[in-house]
Design a protein around this ligand. Structure first.
Ligand SMILES: Nc1nc2c(ncn2[C@@H]2O[C@H](COP(=O)(O)OP(=O)(O)OP(=O)(O)O)[C@@H](O)[C@H]2O)c(=O)[nH]1
Ligand SMILES: [Mg+2]
Length: 206
């Protein structure tokens, strides 16, 4: 089968660790310094359950002045990492609006997403209790991962989970498209001629 390409977007407030998570996932490097992102994109080929896929990963800006690009990447993105820092309450609460915006722009209530509480190595500075984050992830019906970009903990797992969701959705979409082309063959009936389905209504001239 040909290699599929999927678009992933990394979202969240400034300084939560989006770029560090992306750098760890793509290049296996740890970045100590903080250089606010405008927008960077990376490509990485991975295997998910034996399937070879190419990921296009967009690392976005957390700071407000760059949010004009949001609508565009929300349209093209197929899966979203919603990242907050476990040490920052505001970064956690700001995700609700981003999630709403994604659902609105994509006109879809089941967009592949993962909730990420990053900086899990800073347990002593924790501001969001784990049960609080789990409660939100259950409410949103998406998985929750606590990651540490510094220690490279749970990074692959979070990206892999998102890819799995995207692949499942892609397969379901393709199945529906095939079924539509054959007039909905879920009943086991003989496929209808796709051309016939688009026949114009009859016009009778009196
Ligand atoms: N202790 C700890 N620090 C982290 C972790 N991830 C990121 N940092 C630090 O947090 C700061 C910000 O990280 P970035 O990855 O640049 O944050 P960002 O979300 O990309 O920020 P913007 O590009 O401004 O939106 C850096 O100094 C990182 O070293 C982590 O898991 N643990
Ligand atoms: Mg960044």
């Amino acid at each position: 089968m040909s290699q599929r390409e999927y678009h992933i977007v990394v979202l969240g407030s400034g300084g939560v660790g989006k770029s560090c998570l992306t750098a760890q996932f793509v290049q296996n490097v740890w970045i100590e310094s903080y250089d606010p992102t405008i927008e960077d994109s990376y490509r990485k080929a991975i295997d998910v359950d034996g399937r070879h896929v190419m990921l296009e990963i967009l690392d976005t800006a957390g700071t407000e002045q760059f949010t004009a690009m949001r609508e565009l990447y929300m349209k093209t993105g197929q899966g979203f990492l919603l990242v907050f820092s476990i040490t920052s309450q505001s970064s956690f609460y700001e995700l609700a609006e981003l999630r709403e915006q994604i659902r609105r722009i994509k006109e879809d209530d089941n967009v592949p997403m993962v909730l990420i509480g990053n900086k899990s190595d800073l347990e002593e500075d924790r501001a969001i209790p784990r049960p609080r984050a789990f409660a939100i992830s259950r409410e949103w019906n998406i998985p929750y991962f606590e990651t540490s970009a510094r220690r490279r903990a749970n990074v692959d797992e979070a990206f892999q989970d998102l890819c799995r969701q995207i692949i499942m959705k892609d397969q379901a979409n393709r199945r529906h498209m095939r079924e539509d082309a054959y007039g909905g063959n879920r009943t086991g009936r003989t496929p209808r001629n796709p051309k016939k389905r688009h026949r114009k209504p009859k016009c009778t001239i009196l």
